[in-house]
Design a protein around this ligand. Sequence first.
Ligand code: URA
Length: 216
Amino acid sequence: MDARITNLGARNSYLNQVLFELRDTEVQQDRMRFRANMEKVGEILAYEMSREFPYEKQHVTTPLGELDMDLLASQPVLVSILRAGIPFHQGFLRLMDRADNGFISAFRHHTRGNEFIVKVEYLALPEITGRTVVLVDPMIATGKSIVLAYQALLEQGHPEQIFIGAAVASEEGLEYVLRHIPKARILVAAVDHELTAKAYIVPGLGDAGDLAFGPK
Ligand code: URA
């Protein structure tokens, strides 16, 4: 796999249990559990991602002494695509609780048959120029939404570093993302191999937005 991609699911950890539940049609009946599990994946990915952020020394005084510690050099900007991204974003934010936040709405506009275009409609962003931006999307299927979201971000500023976090990605989607955002570092919890004609990931987990919030 490309060195810019880290597939955390490829190593055994507690993440397996969480991914299992996210995929399992029986556990999926409980929307609250689905959202909680998506938050957990976000939190775990955020921790792993934070190991690659820039750090700088800060002096701290404890009741018994003093020491230098490495702290984040600056706070990242967490950006999510609505609506499926909400619980996943919340998981990242639980760890990166001083991050600034941005939101993008992107939706599939079906043209004919299985064909669709992804449209970006709403963008609420803090200053991103020179900053570490973490773009999170629970599902990277074709990769088109995340690339469009990134292109929309670039109209507002130029991040120093771009990290992408996903719960489940397709191989094809990851290739597409890296072709269009070559400087991205991508952390995923699972990589699946297939896409349906309607661009759903197989085996995947289904429609993450509907499973978290109900059908639309
Ligand atoms: N979005 C989803 O929610 N699921 C997929 O499989 C693909 C995109």
